[in-house]
Design a binder for this molecule. Structure first.
Ligand SMILES: Nc1ncnc2c1ncn2[C@@H]1O[C@H](COP(=O)(O)OP(=O)(O)OP(=O)(O)O)[C@@H](O)[C@H]1O
Length: 258
């Protein structure tokens, strides 16, 4: 009999056991025609850390996350998972090796139930329907959506869609989870709630978190380190205190909502 906790966090033997301690971008360049969306960016997300990725609109945050998850091939440079080159890996391979993500637009299957949305992710990773359902329920409980499990996903509030996306990404306990603007559209109270449970992810799931977020309260409240992009280039990296005092960062954010 499995406990609630093991349903949340263990990894069945059919998956590669993700051992990687670091997810690294090394001199990554992404060129879209004449536009350099990412210019020689290097950063490392460590298992156990919450690593913030911030920057004004169009800075290249999502493009970089796409590179770190196999949705975009770098024009040059490399992405390394625990020291292994990932060149040519599909998003599915990244996921099976323990790198999961959410999307800005929830990308839920709108006609399916909330539970089925999470369940299919586990079935896609090789679990039986029954095992997938047990784990999906445990995760929905953890994100506070168990009472909505049988609701059609297309009828959910926008903020609850985010929670389903996070539950789906956390299924089978990835080594790294990349969250793309989870707080967008949330009220202050919902943000506080988000900060509280995102802060527990590294220890609970033994994973590293990369967090893209415009909401500075969320970023400063929860991150161990923060990397700032501007116009596709790295502007700064440091602790929340260092980033808040960095004049170049303040200049890039002048006029932005805090
Ligand atoms: N598939 C694409 N083809 C062409 N240009 C693209 C593509 N994807 C992104 N871009 C451009 O690359 C730049 C970086 O975009 P990206 O979405 O990565 O920024 P972002 O920091 O995530 O922005 P936001 O905060 O608004 O989500 C932008 O100028 C964008 O228009």
């Amino acid at each position: 009999m499995q406990t609630e906790e093991s349903l949340l966090t263990d990894r069945p033997g059919l998956l590669a056991q993700p051992q990687a301690a670091e997810l690294t971008a090394e001199n990554v360049v992404v060129q879209f025609g004449g536009l350099a969306a990412i210019s020689k960016v290097s950063l490392t997300v460590r298992r156990g850390d919450i690593f913030g990725l911030i920057g004004p609109n169009g800075a290249g945050k999502t493009t970089l996350v796409n590179c770190l998850t196999g949705f975009q091939a770098p024009t040059s440079g490399r992405v390394l998972l625990g020291g292994d080159a990932t060149s040519g890996w599909s998003p599915d391979k990244f996921r099976k090796q323990g790198v999961a993500r959410t999307f800005q637009a929830g990308r839920l299957f709108k006609e399916m139930t909330v539970l089925e949305n999470v369940e299919v992710a586990a079935v896609g990773l090789g679990l039986t329907r029954r095992a997938a359902q047990l784990r999906a329920m445990a995760l929905l409980d953890w994100v506070g959506l168990a009472p909505q499990a049988n609701r059609i996903a297309g009828t959910l509030a926008y903020t609850d869609e985010r929670r389903v996306g996070i539950a789906r990404a956390l299924i089978l306990s990835p080594a790294f989870i990349l969250l793309d603007e989870p707080a967008a559209g949330m009220s202050d109270a919902e943000c506080e709630d988000l900060i509280e449970w995102v802060a527990t992810i590294p220890d609970r799931f033994n994973c590293g978190v990369l967090l893209i977020e415009h909401n500075m309260r969320v970023i400063m409240g929860v991150c161990d380190r923060i990397h700032v992009l501007d116009g596709g280039r790295s502007l700064a990296e440091g602790t929340p205190a260092e980033i808040q005092e960095n004049p170049a960062v303040m200049a890039a954010y002048l006029g932005m909502e805090s």
